[in-house]
Ligand binder design. Structure first.
Ligand SMILES: *[C@@H]1O[C@H](CO)[C@@H](O)[C@H](O)[C@H]1NC(C)=O
Ligand SMILES: *[C@@H]1O[C@H](CO)[C@@H](O)[C@H](O)[C@H]1NC(C)=O
Ligand SMILES: *[C@@H]1O[C@H](CO)[C@@H](O)[C@H](O)[C@H]1NC(C)=O
Ligand SMILES: *[C@@H]1O[C@H](CO)[C@@H](O)[C@H](O)[C@H]1NC(C)=O
Ligand SMILES: *[C@@H]1O[C@H](CO)[C@@H](O)[C@H](O)[C@H]1NC(C)=O
Ligand SMILES: *[C@@H]1O[C@H](CO)[C@@H](O)[C@H](O)[C@H]1NC(C)=O
Ligand SMILES: *[C@@H]1O[C@H](CO)[C@@H](O)[C@H](O)[C@H]1NC(C)=O
Ligand SMILES: *[C@@H]1O[C@H](CO)[C@@H](O)[C@H](O)[C@H]1NC(C)=O
Ligand SMILES: *[C@@H]1O[C@H](CO)[C@@H](O)[C@H](O)[C@H]1NC(C)=O
Ligand SMILES: *[C@@H]1O[C@H](CO)[C@@H](O)[C@H](O)[C@H]1NC(C)=O
Ligand SMILES: *[C@@H]1O[C@H](CO)[C@@H](O)[C@H](O)[C@H]1NC(C)=O
Length: 860
């Protein structure tokens, strides 16, 4: 019963709270879905100094200059995927926002990194951090201010979700660590990171209008969790998503933006819309949006061709949107900018040195692409790759999951006499790796998915290339069968080979692209391109068949797992440019595999409980209820007692480990059951910065200004005979969202990421790891917690990557934080440690548990 306390009840509890009395709307009870808009305050983790500078900067701006920061200049009008307006008077250039999630999109001389899902598979905080740093450096070097990643939405509710590979894992704890480390790394390189897509954008079908219903507890314990880690890492930007949540579009949803993100999680940066996800002028401003991207579109009825730009200026001058709300937008944007610049030091940022719209193999082209204006060198081909290739190769190898290794001896390889390389997924694509924009063709080896996440490959090492190189060095004979459909050729190549490698893949991506009938989301969980038949054909003739999978997530491989002739299965995921080299490093034992599966491998798609909604009975108003609650991926398998083919956390290596001697202690000094309330329980009242000049001259195009034709500008367009001035701005009083009085800080809030007490250590865990073999290997001990009552059997709450020398042993200490052992209490609107008995498990995977202990109760 406690599980599905609805959001409506929770909301009622909050609005009846006397501490929020000052935030009541003046007349009539506000609809329960409306929450006041918190203004940025700063915080002592780096935001304070940035806020001080930002307030001074914004105090100096006119209304139209502030509006310029909030509104993109339009799709394909300037050089980046998104550009804000500029402030020429102060020499502040347009901010450049750029995709993608594995590479800088639409340029050259950049690297292509392993996908987010591979990062999750490394279970390595340090590799996540290093990839973030390297990616951040590449964006920074191209003159980009805001990188549009990483991804925690989709989380991975449905296994066939098209963009799951851009995120990390359907486990929120693992995704949260991925977000924290990636953002910390990226921002340390001087680029604003963007946590996206906020929130519940779990599938591509109907992503533009699906209305998702979710209960408050599931929201907190699953989907919001990794965004809390992102905010705690100091992320500068959050991108709201296309879908609706509990009735309101994400980009004007005052519950998710104002109440959860800006109040509870205390987010100090700015919220930008996904491209075209804004649906209103006033509702989005009051609902918590700070930046409209790409700026144009949507508002076809108005003279601005945009919901903001001049329309936002009008709405402030006519009193509909309070001035403090636009000031808050500007301060949040500039504060994020200063926060990241403070990190990069005093050296000037590189200028924007590429155009997303002029093909990278062309140098000269228009700065203003749609206007075809200012023709000059736009693609300066700045090489930002550094030595990232080595890191990419290392991550590729260390994210490879060895799912099966028959009798522990199929791998590693030792100079086999003859190998066969079978399947198109081992080979270069005809036309090269960049033959299809946004990777929208399914050809050759798969090293990233499709959509806006990919970028151009500088090169792509196909598995066949790397294997043949190694074979040449070893005097190994090679037979190849590159077709997935010519099964006779496959069998002929495989027959008699000492090792038959068979490669297969499954792709997915963003919903604006359809490949083989798959509109972003996969239509099924089977392999693509005849992969299953190919594996079966090879295994029917070769007793040492090794299956290599490049897939965007789980595929159904029961037949291979149980096949006597399939001696090894490796999931290589999407490894980026060094794909083949990374694979060979693992196959030959140069790098022992350390990857662990970041998701469950089911026997049927129905094993996962939740599925993509492919066909809505109401396609113009599709709805989805996340009624499975917290039960997705392994939580669902365990709840339903379903056996998997391979479980979450599973992965073999070339040695084996033994865990023993578990100890658990409450951490002294942190034993209180609930976190102390935030030290500051009220904010200051909303502030405005500078004064507004409401004259016509101050708010319309300056005399003689030459517009770049399609650009979105902040100035008001008046019909020639229209009157001026506007009716004097009156105190806006639409509802709670326009109230500028001091606001109550939520008990679960108080600092970026939520109440700092949530991150206090409350238990320390110790155990020993013994390496039972004679070679060094990396153990990935996993800590699961059972919170008692009707909670999932266990939830991941800790992991480590520990290198242990042959026959060596290592002692490990891990901490559990208050958040790790809490449940979200909808009535209290806070995290609580219940008094239900709780257990801790240390395992090799979610089903292979080595050790357990009860968690001693925390003192009252
Ligand atoms: C305000 O703008 C003027 C130029 O118009 C400049 O001299 C001054 O430094 C600016 N102040 C701040 C705080 O940016
Ligand atoms: C707004 O930005 C545009 C595009 O960068 C620029 O041309 C214009 O001068 C800016 N307006 C103001 C008021 O600074
Ligand atoms: C104020 O301006 C906004 C934006 O143009 C418009 O949507 C709204 O209707 C206007 N309100 C009044 C009272 O004029
Ligand atoms: C640039 O690349 C495109 C493919 O993206 C190709 O069609 C075109 O021929 C190339 N142009 C030059 C000048 O190489
Ligand atoms: C490969 O074979 C050649 C002759 O067959 C021999 O000279 C060479 O040493 C071999 N190399 C390796 C690495 O075994
Ligand atoms: C699953 O989808 C892939 C890609 O479209 C297709 O190749 C395969 O045949 C489908 N599997 C089934 C069982 O329909
Ligand atoms: C395994 O391979 C052998 C050939 O070595 C073949 O005779 C046998 O039928 C295969 N097993 C299966 C289940 O296909
Ligand atoms: C576990 O504890 C026992 C007793 O203290 C000790 O002998 C053993 O070495 C420990 N195991 C490991 C792997 O350190
Ligand atoms: C390690 O163990 C394997 C198998 O037990 C054995 O073949 C190998 O010789 C050993 N290597 C060393 C360096 O002891
Ligand atoms: C555990 O938490 C304590 C207290 O915050 C901290 O001093 C210690 O370094 C942490 N240990 C680990 C392994 O993170
Ligand atoms: C906990 O470990 C003990 C052995 O120490 C074992 O007997 C018991 O079954 C385990 N309990 C669970 C729930 O795994």
């Amino acid at each position: 019963m406690t599980r599905i306390a609805t959001f409506v009840l929770a909301a009622a509890a909050v609005l009846s709270n006397a501490s929020l009395a000052t935030a009541q709307a003046p007349a009539g009870a506000p609809p329960l879905s409306l929450f006041p808009s918190p203004w940025g305050q700063g915080s002592n983790d780096g935001w304070d100094a940035a806020y001080e500078k930002a307030r001074a900067f914004v105090s100096n701006l006119t209304l139209v200059e502030k509006v310029n920061l909030t509104t993109g200049t339009g799709w394909e009008y300037d050089r980046c995927i998104g550009n804000t307006g500029s402030i020429p008077r102060l020499g502040f250039r347009s901010m450049c926002l750029q995709d993608g999630t594995v590479a800088v999109r639409y340029t050259d001389k950049n690297s292509v990194f392993p996908a987010g899902i591979n990062m999750a598979a490394t279970f390595s905080r340090s590799l996540m951090r290093r990839r973030g740093e390297a990616m951040g450096a590449e964006f920074y070097g191209k003159g980009i201010d805001v990188a549009l990643g990483p991804v925690a939405g989709p989380l991975g509710r449905v296994p066939a979700g098209g963009r799951n590979w851009e995120g990390f894992s359907p486990d929120p704890y693992l995704t949260g660590v991925g977000m924290f480390e990636t953002i910390t790394g990226m921002q340390s390189s001087g680029v604003i990171a963007t946590a996206k897509h906020y929130i519940l954008n779990e599938q591509e079908h109907y992503r533009n209008n699906v209305d998702v219903t979710i209960d408050d507890r599931t929201m907190h314990e699953m989907y919001l969790w990794p965004f809390a880690d992102a905010v705690r890492a100091g992320v500068g930007a959050v991108m709201c998503s296309y879908n609706k949540i509990n009735g309101n579009y994400s980009c004007e949803n005052s519950w998710t933006l104002n109440y959860l993100l800006k109040n509870e999680l205390n987010f100090q940066g700015f919220v930008m819309s996904d491209w075209g996800a804004q649906h209103s002028t006033v509702e989005s401003a009051l609902g918590g949006l700070d930046m409209a991207m790409p700026g144009d579109g949507g508002a076809r009825g108005n003279v601005y061709g945009a919901f903001w730009g001049g329309a936002l200026t009008e709405a402030v001058l006519n009193g509909t949107i309070p001035a403090w709300r636009v000031d808050d937008m500007a301060v949040r944007i500039i504060a994020a900018y200063y926060k990241i610049n403070a990190i990069s030091g005093s050296k000037p940022r590189p200028g924007i040195n590429f155009s997303a719209w002029v093909k990278p193999n062309v140098t000269v082209g228009p700065i203003y692409f749609r206007a075809n204006a200012s023709i000059e060198p736009v693609n300066l081909h700045v090489d930002v790759q550094g030595n990232h290739g080595a890191l990419i190769r290392e991550i590729g190898a260390k994210s490879t999951v060895l799912l099966k290794n028959k009798d522990d001896k199929a791998l590693p390889l030792h100079k086999p006499g003859r190998i066969a390389i079978i399947g198109e997924d081992a080979q270069d694509a005809p036309g090269g790796p960049n033959a299809c924009e946004d990777n929208k063709c399914y050809r050759g080896t798969l090293a990233m998915g499709y959509g806006s996440g990919p970028g151009n490959f500088p090169y792509l090492v196909a598995p066949a290339t790397a294997l043949k190189k190694r074979a040449a060095a070893d005097n190994t004979t090679v037979a190849e069968a590159p077709s997935n459909w010519d099964l006779d050729a496959a069998r002929a190549a495989a027959k008699g080979a000492d090792v038959a490698f068979v490669f297969a893949s499954a792709d997915s991506g963003e919903g604006y692209i359809t490949i083989d009938g798959n509109t972003g989301d996969r239509n099924n969980l089977t392999l693509w391109g005849n992969g299953e038949a190919l594996i079966k054909a090879v295994a029917s003739v070769n007793p040492n068949t090794i299956v290599v999978l490049h897939t965007v997530g789980p595929v159904l491989i029961d037949y291979a797992a149980n096949h006597e002739n399939v001696t090894a299965i490796l999931w290589a995921g999407l490894q980026g440019q060094e794909s083949g080299n990374s694979l060979v490093d693992v196959l030959y034992g140069d790098v022992p595999p350390q990857g662990r599966s970041p998701f469950m491998w089911g026997r049927n798609i129905s094993d996962y409980g939740a599925e993509v909604m492919y066909m809505s009975p109401t396609p113009f108003a599709p709805t989805q209820n996340f009624s499975e609650g917290v039960y997705i991926d392994y939580r669902y398998f365990q709840h339903a007692h379903t056996h998997s083919v391979y479980p979450f956390g599973h992965g073999l290596t070339y040695t084996s480990f033994y865990f023993e001697n578990l100890t658990v202690h409450p951490y002294k000094g942190q034993a209180a059951v609930t976190a102390a309330p935030p030290s500051k329980s009220w904010t200051a009242p909303a502030q405005t910065y500078g004064t507004i000049n409401s004259s016509m001259a101050a708010n319309t195009d300056p005399t003689g200004f030459q517009r770049i034709k399609p650009f979105i500008y902040p100035w008001i367009i008046r019909a020639a005979n229209a009157s001026w001035p506007f009716t004097a701005p009156k105190a806006p009083s639409i509802d709670v969202r326009t109230n500028s009085s001091a606001q109550a800080v939520l008990p679960a809030g108080g600092a970026p990421g939520g109440n700092p007490g949530l991150y206090d250590t409350v238990y320390t865990i110790g155990f020993d790891i013994r390496n039972r073999g004679n070679t060094t290997g990396t153990a990935i001990p996993q800590v699961y917690v059972q919170l008692g009552g009707d909670n999932p059997w266990g939830v991941l709450r800790g992991f480590d990557d520990v290198s242990v020398p042959g026959y060596g042993h290592v002692h490990i200490e891990m901490n559990l934080t208050r958040r790790d052992v809490s449940n979200w209490d909808t009535a209290k609107q806070n995290w609580v440690v219940t008094d239900l008995p709780k257990y801790v498990f240390v395992g090799y995977s979610v089903v292979d548990i080595a050790l357990n202990a009860t968690l001693p109760p925390l003192n009252l």
